[in-house]
Design a protein around this ligand. Structure first.
Ligand code: PLP
Length: 323
């Protein structure tokens, strides 16, 4: 009896799992019995190393708004690459990109570029802590804000708002500084914010919950969050890594008409290249080094290749939104 020949994906997976934990560089990419290994992609489709073609409904978890390898992005990246991929010095394109982001998302009066959504939420939370002089943050059950300690926290048992670690290796102390409320529960959010008013630095929220749904905010929920945070001197951070440039050109904040103090962007912003951004009120952003005492840095931050892809993406979205 003929035995079925193993696919190249299966072979690669066997090799990969000897060298890379779980055979993948991000856990969501693993599925049973083994992930498909991709050779190339264009538009709505990708081709595996075994030559099979698939319609791609995942689009790199929402990063590829225009599909795989759109011409405009490929050209922009090729041109940037030919001029040098990293200078360790500022470029004109970074100023253009900051200006474009600010014009599309006006609450982002100043912008810092980073390399991922995770970096962007991490630095925005540190900044909020420094600005308010407070330590705790509030997130919502089911919301995902990246893979750093403060946000890898889920709700504790019962009515407790105290967070518990969602991953091994996160200290109890860090987790305890993250409070967790139920999305769309105005009463619970109000109670936690008012009970912790002197120790709560920030509320971070996906304005439309993309990571457990999508779940839309109930009418009035985001407005209530805005009002209570303002009344209690708490920084409201919209994590628009998924909603940014998708729900509306100016993100969920444009769609719902709410101005957060800070905003986090990623995914679509890079048009398929790694980039993230955080920004907000000028007085908050000016606390960042070298102006202020909040340290934030990155060798690849604002690198010309990612910035070129991002500029091409946003310019294209802006052009099409006008049509
Ligand atoms: C809402 C949200 N914030 C932050 C992140 C983290 O972004 P990254 O994977 O680029 O670090 C994600 C990633 O899925 C996300 O969905």
């Amino acid at each position: 009896m003929a035995t079925k020949l193993a696919s190249k994906s299966e072979h690669l997976y066997k090799r990969a799992r000897e060298l890379i934990p779980g055979g993948v560089n991000s856990p969501v990419r693993y599925y049973s019995p083994y992930p498909l290994f991709v050779a190339s992609a264009k538009g709505s489709r990708f081709r595996t190393v075994d030559g099979e073609e698939f319609l791609d409904y995942c689009m790199a978890y929402g990063a590829l708004l225009d599909g795989h390898a759109p011409e405009e992005i490929v050209e922009a990246v090729q041109m940037a690459l030919a001029r040098g991929s990293l200078y360790g010095q500022p470029t004109e394109m970074e100023v253009e990109l900051a200006s474009l982001i600010s014009s599309l998302v006006p609450s982002m009066e100043m912008v810092r570029l980073v390399n991922s959504g995770t970096e962007a939420t991490m630095h925005s939370l540190r900044l909020a802590r420094a600005f308010t002089g407070r330590q705790k943050i509030l997130k919502f059950e089911g919301g995902y804000h990246g893979a750093h300690d403060s946000v890898l926290v889920r709700a504790g048992s019962g009515a407790s708002s105290l967070g518990i670690p969602n991953s091994e290796g996160i200290t109890k102390n860090v987790a305890e500084d993250t409070l967790v409320a139920k999305f769309n529960d105005e009463g619970m959010s109000r109670r936690i914010i008012e009970d912790h008013t002197h120790e709560l630095a920030a509320v971070i929220v996906e304005p439309v919950m993309g990571n457990m749904g999508p779940v839309l905010p109930r009418p009035g929920f985001l407005e209530t969050l805005r009002k209570i945070t303002q009344e209690n001197g708490v920084i409201l951070i919209f994590d628009e890594v998924i909603t940014g440039f998708r729900v509306a050109l100016g993100g969920a904040q444009e769609y719902f008409g709410i101005r957060p103090d800070m905003t986090v962007l990623g995914k679509i912003l890079g048009g398929g290249l790694p980039i993230g951004a955080f920004g907000g009120r000028r007085e908050i952003m000016e606390k960042l080094a070298p102006l202020g005492g909040v340290y934030q840095a990155g060798t690849y931050s604002g690198n010309p290749v990612s910035v070129a892809a991002s500029l091409a993406t946003l310019q294209s979205l802006k052009r099409r939104a006008r049509q």
